[in-house]
Design a binder for this molecule. Structure first.
Ligand code: GDP
Ligand code: IMO
Ligand code: MG
Length: 423
C-alpha cells in the first residue's frame, strides 16, 4: 500500500486542513510529518469551526488513527489547549492520537529565544509565528533537543540541561524575560501528554502499510516556506516538501503514491519576505476582505496578490505533484478580470524558472483572463461551472501540466467539488 501526501504549494494557509478532512474517509490513518503549532488548519462542517495546530486534521472523521510524526515539534502547553477544546466538544483523542517518541519538544525558552532572535534582527525580522519553531529545530539539528520519549526517562535532568543552555544565550543577548507562567502551563502540558500513546511511529506506519492500510500525510506551511527551497531566509525551519514526509515519518520514498498539491486561486503570504505578485491596491484589499485573509494562529492580516505560476511550477516540480487542488475559487467570483503571473521580469529579462533570489526588483508578467462573475458557492458539480471558470482551470492545467482534481468553492466541508470522477 502507498502513502499519499497532501501539501501546500504556496506560502501556507492554502486550505490543507479542510481538504485533509474531506479526504480522510478514504484513508485509515492521517499523519503530520513536520512543523508544529505555527500551523493553523481550519475545518468547517455542520456549522462548527475548528482550528488545529498540532493535531492532524483527520481527527473528526470516524474512528481514524491520527499520528504526530517524528518530524513535528510539539509544544505540550499549546497541545493541551488544543486537545481540551476537542475533548470538550466530544472528540476523544486519547485512543486515536499517537505521538512519536522521536518528535522534539518546544520548550518555554524556545519561545523566548524566537522573540529574542526576531528582536535582534530588527527590520530584517522573519515575522515568525513566535511559537519557538526555529529554536526548537535548531536544537534538534545541533543535537541539544528534548524529545517526547524523554518524558518517560530522566526528564527533569534533560529539561534542566536544555533550559540552562537557553538561559545562557538569552543572558548573553541581554534579553529580559519571565517564563514563570509559561513554564507552569508547559509542565502541566507535560503531565497532560502522558495519557497519550507514545509510539515508535516509523514502526507503526510501516506495519500499517504491510497490513494493507492507507495513510494520508498532512503537510504544514507551504513549499515557498520550505527551509531549503523556499524564499530563504524568510521561511520556516522544516522541510515542508514531499521529501519531508519520508524523514518526518520514516517512510521510504518508493512508498509515496499520490502527491496532492494544494493552492489558492490567488496567493497570500503572512509575515515578512518577498512576494512578487503582492497587490497594494484595492484589488488586493478586495481579495483580503472577501477571502477573510487573517492568520488563523496570529490574527495577522495576510498579504494578497495574484496567482504566481513561476513559483507554483517550481513547487510542482520539487514535490512531484500528481494532482492539484484549487482552493478559494469563490473569492474571485466578483472579479471582472483574473491575472496570472507567467514570468518575472528581472533586469529587463523574462525569467520563467524560479530564481535563486526574488528579493530584488522582480516585475511580474501577467496573462489576463476574463472573470466568471458568478456566485459559485453553492455549486455541487463541475457541470455547473461557468465557461470562464473552466477556461481558467484549463489555462492553469496547461501551465502546470498536472490535472486539477478538486475545486473548493467555500470554507465548508460540503463546498468541495471533485472533477474527473470515474463513473
Ligand atoms: P491551512 O493552514 O492550509 O489549513 O489553511 P487555513 O485554515 O490557515 O486558511 C484557509 C482559510 O480559508 C480558512 O479560514 C478556511 O476556512 C478558508 N477556506 C478554505 N477553503 C475555502 C474556500 O474554498 N473558499 C473560502 N472562501 N474559504 C475557504
Ligand atoms: P499553515 O500550516 C502561513 C510563516 C510565518 C513566517 C515564517 C516563519 O497554517 O499553512 P515560523 O513561526 O514557522 O518560524 O515562521 O513562516 N508561517 C506560516 N505562514 N501558514 C503557516 O502554516 C505558517 N507557519 C509559518 O508567518 O513568515
Ligand atoms: Mg493555516
Amino acid at each position: 500500500m502507498k502513502v499519499d501526501v497532501l501539501l501546500g504549494l504556496q506560502w501556507g494557509d492554502e486550505g490543507k486542513g479542510k481538504i485533509v478532512d474531506v479526504l480522510t474517509p478514504r484513508y485509515d490513518v492521517v499523519a503530520r510529518f513536520q512543523g508544529g503549532p505555527n500551523a493553523g488548519h481550519t475545518l468547517e462542517f455542520e456549522g462548527q469551526k475548528y482550528i488545529l495546530r498540532s493535531i492532524p486534521s483527520g481527527i473528526f472523521q470516524g474512528d481514524k488513527v491520527n499520528i504526530i510524526g517524528n518530524g513535528v515539534v510539539l509544544d505540550p502547553a499549546l497541545f493541551r489547549a488544543e486537545a481540551v477544546v476537542l475533548a470538550a466538544s466530544g472528540h476523544d483523542l486519547t485512543r486515536r492520537l499517537h505521538i512519536s517518541k522521536k518528535a522534539h519538544l518546544i520548550l518555554p525558552t524556545h519561545r523566548v529565544l524566537d522573540a529574542a532572535y526576531e528582536a535582534a534582527k530588527g527590520d530584517a525580522k522573519v515575522g515568525t509565528t513566535g511559537k519557538g519553531i526555529g529554536p526548537a529545530y535548531t536544537d534538534k539539528i545541533s543535537r541539544n533537543g528534548v524529545r517526547v520519549g524523554d518524558i518517560l526517562h530522566n526528564f527533569e535532568q534533560v529539561y534542566r540541561l536544555a533550559k540552562g543552555k537557553h538561559e545562557q544565550i538569552l543572558k548573553s543577548m541581554h534579553y529580559q524575560y519571565d517564563i514563570t507562567e509559561l513554564e507552569k502551563e508547559w509542565l502541566e502540558g507535560i503531565e497532560y501528554l502522558k495519557q497519550f500513546t507514545f509510539v515508535d511511529s516509523e514502526f507503526e506506519v510501516n506495519s500499517l502499510l504491510k497490513e494493507g492500510k492507507t495513510i494520508l500525510c498532512e503537510g504544514a506551511q507551504g513549499t515557498m516556506l520550505d527551509i531549503d527551497f523556499g524564499s530563504y531566509p524568510f521561511v520556516t525551519s522544516s522541510n515542508t516538501v514531499c521529501a519531508g514526509a519520508c524523514t518526518g515519518l520514516g517512510i521510504a520514498p518508493h512508498k509515496i503514491g499520490e502527491v496532492f498539491g494544494i493552492f489558492k486561486a490567488y496567493c497570500t503570504r503572512v509575515g515578512s519576505g518577498p512576494f512578487p505578485t503582492e497587490l497594494f491596491d484595492e484589488t488586493g484589499d478586495k481579495m483580503c476582505t472577501i477571502g477573510h485573509e487573517f492568520g488563523s494562529v496570529t490574527g495577522r492580516k495576510r498579504r494578497c496578490g495574484w496567482i504566481d505560476l513561476v513559483a507554483l511550477k517550481y513547487s510542482v516540480m520539487i514535490n512531484g505533484v500528481t494532482k492539484l487542488i484549487m482552493m478559494k475559487s469563490d473569492v474571485l467570483d466578483t472579479f471582472d478580470t483574473i491575472k496570472a503571473c507567467v514570468a518575472y521580469e528581472i533586469d529587463g529579462e523574462e525569467v520563467t524558472d524560479f530564481p535563486y533570489d526574488i528579493t530584488g526588483d522582480v516585475e511580474p508578467v501577467y496573462a489576463e483572463l476574463p472573470g466568471w462573475q458568478t456566485d459559485m458557492t453553492s455549486m455541487q458539480s463541475e457541470n455547473e461551472f461557468p465557461e470562464e471558470f473552466n477556461a481558467y482551470l484549463a489555462f492553469l492545467e496547461e501551465q502546470l501540466e498536472v490535472p486539477i482534481q478538486i475545486v473548493s468553492v467555500g470554507p465548508d466541508r460540503a463546498q468541495t467539488i471533485e472533477r474527473y470522477t470515474e463513473e
